[in-house]
Design a protein around this ligand. Sequence first.
Ligand SMILES: Cc1cc2nc3c(=O)[nH]c(=O)nc-3n(C[C@H](O)[C@H](O)[C@H](O)COP(=O)(O)O)c2cc1C
Length: 193
Amino acid sequence: MEDNFKVIQEVISNRRSVKPAKMNGKHIPDEKVYELLKLADWAPTHKITEPWRFIVFSGDKAKAFCLEHAELYKKYTPAESFSQDKYEKFAGNGNYISHLIIAVMKRSLTVKIPEIEEIAAVSAAVENLLIGATASKIASFWSTGGMVHSSELKQHFRLNTEDKILGIIYLGYTDTLHEGKRIIPLSEKIDWK
Ligand SMILES: Cc1cc2nc3c(=O)[nH]c(=O)nc-3n(C[C@H](O)[C@H](O)[C@H](O)COP(=O)(O)O)c2cc1C
């Protein structure tokens, strides 16, 4: 058990957000990504609503979706807040990544639990996936940039209005890893009575 803890401790503390531009374009086998999704599926879920849904784009399809995302951003962002740099970044992400996953919270229509609990369950599922990626030397990036919180992206994927997109998860391999940092000391985050 203690050995398991050490492994988990190392993997969790070494998980880093790696921007797509720092990924190297190498392809992850689809089967490996499926294994990561299997880990996501083991997240805790109140009343077993299992609210996580994943829309997965692999290889050329991931690249194509990055272009689509950039075009949606251009189309629906008011001119005064539109940034050409962001447009190019969203479009260019596809040159470096291997897979892209849209993480969705599918609101249960039958079991009524507070929405926050279904968001929490999907967040736990995403973290499982990211930890599995780190353990497999796969770089990951959870992004809420661009159109993630927009109704237009929800419509694009024909989701219900009650559903929520919690992020775009970019996956790939990287040649450069950076140190993690936390600013607030853990002691200030804990009120140990
Ligand atoms: C819900 C969520 C959304 C995020 N969205 C973005 C984002 O849009 N852009 C970004 O640069 N990083 C985003 N991040 C990643 C954080 O910037 C990153 O987790 C933080 O800097 C800590 O770095 P670490 O993940 O390497 O520990 C997001 C993280 C979470 C949990």
